[in-house]
Each structure stands twice: as structure tokens, then as C-alpha cells.
Design a binder for this molecule. Structure first.
Ligand code: SAH
Length: 196
């Protein structure tokens, strides 16, 4: 069995939207993730003024941390509610605009301009829309992607990375026969083959 136990599991966008609507968001960390604090130096690598990407961002408070350090942040999330809650909870004024080239997508951008959150599926993005990034914080993203979409997700992430970018990935380790996920169990060997 192993990780194969979860390989056909699918969580639809509708199900994710419903989690947000019903407040079933146990994945959200109100005080941010301790592993970002711990490994911040790896992500930043002594650089300042970075463009940092948050795939499947939810309303992660780590976005605010990095903004406050002077970086700029781009996130993508299917739930507009999540994005609006982010701006509201941090008292950040923002405006909304459609995204040329992505039907139905919206960009919510802070008035200050240093954070842009795209409301659409990650699979609708490309570097021609969002550009490339110096750093990626992947927590609750690779492990939230449906197992059958992992390679597509990682290949896309690679196209969004600048040459010297850093990628900080948080995974979870548990027996995939005992829980159906998400978060899904992604073994280290698979991570190595996904990123090549
Ligand atoms: N990274 C965040 C949220 C993790 S939960 C955190 O650390 O708190 C995963 C999030 O991905 C959910 O908010 C869900 O709505 C969103 N999501 C799921 N599939 C998506 C997709 N295809 N594109 C963009 N967002 C997606």
C-alpha cells in the first residue's frame, strides 16, 4: 500500500470552497508556521526585497510577516473568501481587478502594491501572468494537491522560479493507510523524483 493508498483520491475545488464557507479550516495557523521562522535564512539566503510566491495560500499569516520584512508577495488561492479574510484580518486596503488572459480570475492587490493575491486555480497561472520568483514557501500546497496532479504542479512551480530561487517545502509524515488526507503523504523519494 504505502503512498499508493491515496493515489486516486480527489478533492474538488467545490469541496475546498465549502471548507472555507463552513469554517472547516483546521489547516490555518493563526500564529503562523514555526518552520518558516526556523528556516527563514534558508528561504531568504541573505537577500532583501525578494518576490516571494505562496502557492495555494489560503490566508497564511506568513505572507504578512514577509511583507513586513520588505519583500513582495504573490499568492494564489481558489477561495475568494480566504483572500478577503486575509486583507480584512490584517487591515490591509486592497482593490480588485480581472486578470487579462485568465477567464473568471481576479487579482486582489493591496493599495500599497506589495501583495497580489490571485483568485483562481494554480493551474491557470503561468510565468507570463505572474512572472518568476526568488523564493517559494510551500506549506499546505504540494501536500494539498491531488496526488494525480503532483507532477503537473511541480513542473509549473519550476517554471515560476528564477535561477537562484529557493524553495522551502513543508510535508507531513504519517501512515497513508490510516488517514485519507489532505494533507497527503508525499514520501521523500517522490519529492526527489518530482523536482528532479
Ligand atoms: N497554504 C495555506 C493553505 C493550505 S490548505 C496555509 O498554509 O494555511 C490548501 C489551500 O489550497 C486551501 O485554502 C484551498 O482552498 C486551496 N486550493 C486547493 N486547490 C487549489 C488550486 N487548484 N488552486 C489554488 N488554490 C487551491
Amino acid at each position: 500500500a504505502g503512498a499508493g493508498a491515496q493515489k486516486d483520491r480527489v478533492v474538488t475545488e467545490e469541496e475546498w470552497l465549502q471548507k472555507w464557507e463552513t469554517g472547516n479550516i483546521g489547516f490555518h495557523k493563526e500564529h503562523g508556521h514555526p518552520l518558516l521562522q526556523k528556516h527563514l535564512d534558508v528561504l531568504l539566503n541573505g537577500r532583501s526585497g525578494l518576490r516571494i510566491f505562496f502557492p495555494l495560500c489560503g490566508k497564511a499569516v506568513e505572507m504578512k510577516w514577509l511583507l513586513d520584512m520588505g519583500h513582495s508577495v504573490v499568492g494564489v488561492e481558489v477561495s475568494e473568501q480566504a483572500l478577503k479574510e486575509f486583507f480584512a484580518e490584517h487591515s490591509l486596503p486592497y482593490c480588485e481587478e480581472p486578470v487579462p488572459g485568465i477567464l473568471g480570475a481576479k487579482k486582489l492587490q493591496s493599495t500599497s502594491g506589495n501583495i497580489s493575491l490571485y483568485c483562481c486555480s494554480i493551474y491557470d497561472l503561468s510565468s507570463s501572468v505572474v512572472g518568476k520568483f526568488d523564493a517559494v514557501w510551500d506549506r499546505g500546497a504540494l501536500v494539498a494537491v491531488n496526488p494525480r496532479d503532483r507532477q503537473r504542479y511541480v513542473s509549473l512551480m519550476i517554471t515560476l522560479m528564477e535561477k537562484n530561487s529557493s524553495y522551502l517545502l513543508v510535508t507531513v509524515s504519517y501512515d497513508p493507510n490510516k488517514h485519507k488526507g489532505p494533507p497527503f503523504y508525499v514520501p521523500e523519494s517522490e519529492i526527489k523524483s518530482l523536482f528532479g
